[in-house]
Design a protein around this ligand. Structure first.
Ligand SMILES: [Zn+2]
Length: 292
């Protein structure tokens, strides 16, 4: 396990105005934050908007084969007795909201609620977050990554490399995650990465959609096991009709990852939550309600 550490002496320059704000609103003491951690694992689902897909042909699906062309964009917070994990951060950064409450947009994404506000309603601020992990580097998953630059970033090397490649990939928005460059970082090398060491929150390697795409397995006491898909599938019909998009990083890897996940779902009895499945996502409880 390789760790990137910010050299201790490279202190950040804080503008005077920021210092004034910090002085006026001191951060909650560490003990108070610990008190927010639940006794058993909780999963919060945030509404991070939707995608108005301009052309579905790359998904190898026809309009008449799918229920809707719109995709949902959820973000997730896992609260564990030992810490917290943010999984995917939406498409549109909170900074895109203008005063007046109008929806914020980026490319073909629209969102109506800042992630920070939704997080606050669940009882957390970004500084409370222990870990950040992204299913993959595409623009519609990294929108608010900069909010969590103070967390420890759990990432695989091929994915981190492509995020900071020069020139950048057109499939992402480097400005929206640039601050992660200096985050405390854990490079994941195992296929399965057990975040809190008790098997309840496990990041699983599923390459293909992107070089080191990953999914998240959760063991929830009442809900049962759940697997968050990342973009292993987008439309639920991809799964039903066995279609692989033409725009995958490596379609053969996607097929292999899908086969491995389907076998894992059978074995574990986990539900698969396809993150971009608009119809299924609409039925999920949203924060501050949670699954446990
Ligand atoms: Zn996506």
């Amino acid at each position: 396990m390789t760790k990137f550490r910010v050299p201790a002496m490279r202190s950040r320059v804080i503008p005077l105005t920021m210092l004034a704000i910090l002085a006026a609103a001191p951060l909650a003491p560490a003990q108070q934050r610990k008190a927010q951690l639940p006794k058993s694992v909780r999963l919060y689902v945030f509404d991070c908007g939707s995608l108005n897909i301009p052309d579905i042909s790359p998904y190898q699906l026809k309009k008449e084969e799918i229920a809707t062309t719109t995709m949902s964009v959820p973000c997730f917070l896992v609260a564990h007795p030992k810490g917290t994990l943010i999984w995917d951060t939406g498409a549109v950064p909170d900074t895109q909201f203008k005063s007046g409450g109008a929806p914020a947009t980026l490319r073909y994404a629209t969102t109506v609620k800042p992630l920070k506000d939704q997080l606050a309603q669940a009882g957390y601020v970004p500084a409370d977050i222990t870990y950040l992990s992204l299913s993959h580097f595409h623009w519609d998953h990294i929108g608010n990554a900069n909010l969590f630059a103070g967390a420890t970033w759990l990432v695989r090397k091929p994915e981190r490399d492509i995020m900071f490649a020069d020139p950048p990939s057109p499939r992402t928005e480097p400005a929206n995650y640039g601050a992660l460059n200096k985050s405390k970082t854990v490079i994941i090398t195992k296929d399965d990465y057990d975040v809190f060491g008790d098997g309840s929150v496990v990041i699983k390697s599923t390459p293909g959609h992107s070089p080191a795409h990953q999914v998240l397995f959760l063991k929830l006491a009442k809900t049962g096991p759940v697997l968050l898909s990342g973009d292993l599938y987008h439309y639920p019909e991809e799964r039903k009709l066995n279609r692989v998009p033409t725009t995958e990083f490596n379609a053969a890897q996607t097929a292999a990852s899908r086969a491995a996940v389907e076998a894992f779902l059978k074995k574990s009895g986990a539900q698969l939550w396809i993150q971009h499945d608009f119809t299924a996502n609409a039925k999920l409880k949203k924060a501050p309600e949670f699954y446990d």
